[in-house]
Design a binder for this molecule. Structure first.
Ligand SMILES: *[C@@H]1O[C@H](CO)[C@@H](O)[C@H](O)[C@H]1NC(C)=O
Ligand SMILES: *[C@@H]1O[C@H](CO)[C@@H](O)[C@H](O)[C@H]1NC(C)=O
Ligand SMILES: *[C@@H]1O[C@H](CO)[C@@H](O)[C@H](O)[C@H]1NC(C)=O
Ligand SMILES: *[C@@H]1O[C@H](CO)[C@@H](O)[C@H](O)[C@H]1NC(C)=O
Ligand SMILES: *[C@@H]1O[C@H](CO)[C@@H](O)[C@H](O)[C@H]1NC(C)=O
Length: 574
């Protein structure tokens, strides 16, 4: 007990020390960048660099979904959004001094925000979809040895995650155990890979020589070398069943043996048995029909698109015949790895593509989708250690390296836009963007602003400056962007695969249908937001709504003028 306490104390002391230096380094680097970009901004009068990017995940819609009821209550369907646009044209939209003021204060806040963000990163954050893992766990797995990490023949490729600051052996082991994998492998002191098959080639023990970033004195692989542990024992303790997710009842494909690569027939088959069997074989789906258990992936012939009435399955469940037309589908804890490999472009891209959005509009989520769909890393105009840790390796690449498939930016302003040859412009309902961004500002990626925040005078100030920025962001890209693909966040959420296909085609990458289905299977990515939903309330006053509605109409008009489809209906004035 005393020993554990002492160790904890030591750890805390060390962490503080490290934190201090990292912070100093971070701030210095940040200042340089800031300086360089501030100059740009002042010259161009752009909207400044906003490093604030909410981690957009689909369930965030639920978080900010409190605005939805209004949309339902106020259905004004019409072929066009626009009425009497002329009256709404606001010259102030282009050159408002208030904007400059808010932009400059944005910049001033930037450094503070970087700092703040860095600090808040130290708080436990979910990494790679795993529950926050207590670091007190001892190393329970059995050390197997040091192996060569062959990136072409990777056998440990499930549930990959990185942590540049806090990776420990225990962290990786628990993560893999939680996902029902047998082996956990660590590389470069900071990367964790899971799988059920050992890598083919062993290497000399001394080649595993990278210290774990989060634990002095312990080894987390080496350069292209994996320290591999067997974690099955951990798994016996951790319950597996809780990780199985019911996906629904579906019409069985014509030929199940054709569709699913592995199967098991067993009297008295249970969900747990089937899931266990499929997890072992590293398949993300466990499919049950009577006594038969099948394992596989969602594919073109079994896309999990049209769920059937659950009753149909309960009827099949006890017929015990193979004639059943329906089957029960479960998601095993194992990750669909058909789309998880990512790399940098092997030759520099000729076309420099931006992934542009207003903060809080789902940029990070879109990056996650694009990376998994194309297999290439995305870059960023900013650098954000928290995102790097979540596996966005392009985050640390220079944004102009052209080794990434597209580059995230929140910038607007002629120069910043004209640097890019083309752009995916991601637009989200401003009501939701504003709330998402406000939540992020006050409570970080995972939290919600408090009632006091919403009632403070910061909220109206925030709405005033950000709402106009929301509009000008789109208007500027429409004006200066050379080749644009407009993607509405809401459409992306609703019809993921078709929209994703458009984006991938726009990027001139060819991908298989299966790959897109895999992305759909991993759509939430590595950032599940925890925390209770916000209770119903209305943060927007009528005055705010009037302001935002004018911007919505202006943007809608501008889109149509450029022959794009207008904003989705749900943006419609409330
Ligand atoms: C299903 O496909 C497999 C492999 O292609 C084949 O051997 C089998 O006869 C097929 N079964 C049916 C019922 O068509
Ligand atoms: C299946 O269940 C029945 C009744 O619960 C039992 O009699 C039988 O032994 C079980 N079969 C197997 C293989 O476990
Ligand atoms: C199937 O389930 C129904 C009720 O859902 C039950 O009445 C019936 O006896 C069951 N059939 C078999 C073969 O177990
Ligand atoms: C994709 O190909 C088209 C036609 O060749 C070209 O105009 C466009 O710039 C390319 N886009 C990218 C991102 O490479
Ligand atoms: C939009 O389409 C119309 C007719 O199809 C065309 O006349 C007009 O030039 C187009 N505008 C732009 C900005 O491409």
């Amino acid at each position: 007990m005393a020993k554990a306490f002492y160790r904890l104390q030591k750890l805390i002391r060390r962490t503080q020390f490290l934190l201090f230096f990292l912070t100093a380094a971070y701030l210095m680097a940040g200042s340089l960048l800031l300086l360089q970009r501030t100059r740009l901004v002042i010259q161009q009068g752009s909207h400044g660099t906003s490093n604030n990017q909410a981690l957009m995940v689909p369930d965030e819609m639920a978080r900010v979904g409190i605005a939805d009821p209004r949309a339902l209550q106020n259905p004004h369907p019409g072929p066009r959004l626009l009425v009497g646009m002329d009256a709404l044209q606001e010259p102030a939209l282009e050159h408002s001094p208030r904007w400059l003021v808010s932009r400059n204060s944005e910049l001033r806040q930037l450094r503070r925000r970087w700092f703040h963000r860095f600090i808040s990163d130290q708080e436990p954050m979910q990494t790679a979809g795993f529950k926050v893992i207590k670091h007190t766990a001892e190393h329970k797995g059995t050390y197997i040895g040091c192996f060569t990490d062959d990136s072409r023949e990777r056998t440990l490729k499930g549930a990959i995650f990185y942590d540049l600051r806090k990776m420990t052996v225990a962290h990786c082991q628990e993560a893999c155990a939680e996902r029902a994998y047998t082996y956990a492998g660590l590389v470069y002191g900071a990367e964790c890979y899971c799988g059920n098959t050992l890598p083919a080639t062993t290497s000399k023990p001394e080649e595993c020589n990278s210290e774990c970033k989060g634990e002095k004195g312990s080894v987390c692989g080496g350069v292209n070398r994996l320290s591999v542990y067997r974690v099955e024992e951990l798994r016996a303790g951790a319950r597996r069943r809780r990780n199985v997710i019911y996906r629904g009842c579906f019409r069985a494909p014509e030929n199940l043996t054709d569709t699913f690569p592995a199967s098991l027939i067993q009297p008295n088959l249970t969900v747990e048995m089937c899931s266990e069997f499929c997890s072992k074989k590293e398949f993300p789906l466990a499919v049950i029909r009577g006594q038969e258990c099948y394992c596989g992936y969602p594919t073109g012939s079994f896309s999990l698109r049209d769920g059937a009435d659950g009753l149909r399955c309960s009827r099949t469940r006890n017929t015990s015949s193979a004639e059943g037309k329906y089957c029960l589908v479960y998601q095993t804890p194992v990750q669909d790895t058909r789309c998880t490999d990512r790399k940098f472009l092997s030759t520099k891209s000729k076309v420099f593509v931006a992934l542009s959005s207003f903060p809080g509009a789902g940029n990070t989520w879109a990056r996650h989708l694009i990376e998994h769909a194309t297999g290439y890393y995305t870059g960023s105009y900013y650098f954000d250690g928290a995102l790097y840790n979540k596996g966005f390796k392009g985050e640390k690449d220079h944004w102009r390296s052209r080794r990434t498939i597209c580059v995230k930016t929140h910038e607007s302003g002629k120069t910043e836009i004209e640097m890019f040859d083309s752009a995916i412009l991601l637009i989200r309902n401003p009501y939701k963007s504003l709330m998402a961004e406000f939540n992020r500002k006050y409570a970080g990626h995972l939290g919600y602003a408090t009632d006091r925040n919403w009632k403070s005078k910061e909220w109206p100030d925030f709405v005033n400056s950000y709402a106009s920025w929301w509009a000008s962001h789109v208007l500027d890209w429409l004006k200066y962007g050379k080749r644009l693909l407009i993607v509405h966040y809401e459409d992306l959420k609703q019809s993921l695969i078709p929209k994703l296909r458009e984006m991938v085609e726009f990027l001139n990458v060819t991908v298989t249908e299966d790959r897109l289905l895999c992305v759909e299977n991993n759509r939430d990515g590595n950032f599940k937001r925890s925390g209770a939903k916000q209770k119903d309330f209305e943060p927007f006053t009528q005055e705010m709504k009037d302001l935002i509605n004018r911007y919505i109409l202006t943007v809608d008009e501008a889109l149509r003028e450029r022959n794009f489809t207008g904003l989705p209906r749900e943006y419609m004035p409330r």
